[in-house]
Structures are given as C-alpha cells and as structure tokens.
Design a protein around this ligand. Sequence first.
Ligand code: HEM
Length: 371
Amino acid sequence: MVSAEGFLHKYLRNLVMNLVGNESMKQKHIPKVEKMVCEHLQSWCGQASIELREAVAKMEFSFGAKILLSYSESKSSKNLKQAYADFQHGLISFPLNIPGTAFWKCLQGRRRAEEIIKSILEERRAAPRKRQEKDFLDLVIEEIKKNGSLMTEAIALDLLFILVFAAFETTSIALTLAVKNVCEHPKVLEELTKEHEAILRNRKNNESGITWQEYKSMTFTHTVIHETVRLANIVPGIFRKVLKDVDIKGYTIPAGWIVMVCPPAVHMNPKQYDDPFTFNPWRWQGQELNAGSRKFMGFGGGSRLCAGAEFSKLQMAIFLHHLVTKYRWRVIKGGDIIRIPAVIFPNGFHIQILEKNIQKDATTTGSRETM
Ligand code: HEM
C-alpha cells in the first residue's frame, strides 16, 4: 500500500478506512478496545514490575492481529510476533544482505511473517468461516473473489503484512512514551485525572463504557497524545516520489527522484515551537489538532496521511482513561530512549501498577511515583 499509486492506492486506502475509519470506531471498536485495555491493566496490576514497552506491544499486537486476521498467538504454533520483531529491528539499516546483519534479519523476518500470513489466507480460502464476525481477512478474500477487482493475492499479502505491523508497532511506542511523559510531569497527570474523573462523574450509568461523545470530549488527553507524537518522531522519514521537476530556491529537484521529508526537523525547530524539546501539552490548547499539517507531521500528511491515526489515538485515549482513573504506578527502572533511528528503549521501561485504593507500598519512598 505504501508504494501503491493512483487508483490502486485510493482503493486500498478505502478498504483500510472501512476497518479503522470513524464509523467503524464508533460502531465496533470502542467496546473492544476498552475490553482489551481493562483486561491487560488488570493482569499487570499488582505485579512487582511490568516492562511497559513490551507489554503494550504484545497487547497491541494481539488486538491488531485479531481484528485483521483473527490470529491468536496462544492458538497458533507459528510465532508471527517474533517474525515482526526481527523485521522491525533491521527496518532502517545498512542494506548489506549477508547472514548476521540487521538487514538480513529484517528480510528473513519479513519472509517468515509473509509465509505465516499466506498460510492463514490459504486456510481461510479453503475453509471460509460462517458464524464468526467478519475480520479484515474475510473482507479481503471477498475482494479477491470479485470479478474485475484490483485485489490479487499478492496485493492482499502485502496489505495484510503492512497493516499488522502498522497496527502494533507505532501505537505501542507512542503509548509507552505517553505514560512516561505523564509520569515525568505531575501537573499533566493532575489535569488528565481531572478530565477523566469528570467523565466518570457525569456518566448517567456507572456500568456503561466509554462513548464516542466522551472520547471526543477528552480535549486535554488529545493534547497529551498530540504532544507525545510530536516529540516521539516515531517515523523519522517520510518518502515522496517527485512527479515533475520542482524548482526550490534556485535548485531543481528532478522528476523521478525520491525525496525524504524529515518530520523531526520541523517538530524540533524553535522557529515552529517555543522550547521545542519540552513536553508541553498546553501548547496545543485551543488549536485544532489536525493529524497532518506543515507544522505537525507525526502521522505524515496529504493524501498519504496515516490511515490509522485516529484509531491509534482512540486506543491511547482509552488506555489513559483507565490508567489514570483506576491505577497509580511508579517507575522501577529504565525509560531511556535511543534512536537507531527507530525509537527503542534499550533498558525497557519498568513500572509497577497498583490499584488506586491500595495503601502505598512502604518501599516506594524515593522512586518516581504518580500518586
Ligand atoms: C502513533 C501511531 C502511529 C504513527 C505515529 C503513524 C505514523 C505514520 C506515518 C508517518 C505514515 C506515513 C504517512 C505519509 O507518508 O505521509 C503512516 C502511514 C500509514 N499508517 Fe500509520 N502511524 C500510526 C498508527 C497506525 C495504525 C494503528 C495503523 C493501522 C491500523 C496505521 C496504518 C497506516 C497506513 C495504512 C499507512 C499508509 C497510508 C497511505 O499510504 O495512504 N498507522 N503512519
């Protein structure tokens, strides 16, 4: 999809928007995301330490792989997540394809992931499901069967491969960084908690889950997410093909060239942002938070703007809602990030999560605590 052009790109984008567009989020995803978040937070709560980056990646992966392929790691003998981990590790690396290099591992990971997805696709085509709710794979197979459809098995595999990756990797980095930022800025936590407790107070039925209106009303949360994505620069380069010669300040960029746009150059520019290295969600207050603009490119921009931007924000907002209303947490260790240039946490980000009403553990003195 990333390299598709023209009509094919529009067609694939529409398919993806059916899965993660506003209507699907309103109708289908909110309760599912909420269930996933509640179950995971509950299972982490009370453990001595949780490595949040990996835990959130596992959560996002199992959720993404489920809505896309109905793939469940516990029920499958094939380790799709590991194949993606190998792919991700060498994604931006020196292209030296010999055994042992990061690039070689990346290609091997991609090949293994594609083989697993291909076998799932073939199994499903041979034995279509009848009773279960349709997943994205069912829709893709219906498209392949249609007369004159643009969808082929090769395009389907490519699309499914990239979507599984997009669905878990970026959001899990952003979510981990959001929690880290909130940890390090007590005033942000205070404001966030106020916003989410007010949502609970104003709810008519205490048993009901988050509604679309409530999600839309989380204005401060949206600024926290936006500011996290600005500073995170998760995708350090966005590529565009030059379609015709472009003259800029006396230089010509010839048609056919590939240009790399570098979002961090904008996001960290003091001419664009006051004190650009500081995490300050209030800088966005009162502004329309467009997913893509000349000033903000965390989700890219234009006709190729990230198709999952809203979906990923929804997941982060729901996670933060439950985290700040039900739990308190403290940092055990880690949290440093390095860029290779992908964002990684070399020592993880280890935290302990406890229910809010449980007495503070006496051993917490001196640690960074949120409550
Ligand atoms: C914090 C989370 C995310 C970040 C920072 C992010 C970032 C990006 C960026 C920078 C691009 C390139 C845009 C461009 O070329 O202008 C992109 C494209 C894309 N993303 Fe995301 N993404 C995130 C989450 C997701 C999720 C959850 C999904 C899917 C469920 C997704 C699906 C896609 C797709 C399909 C494209 C290709 C769009 C196209 O070519 O039309 N992304 N994303």
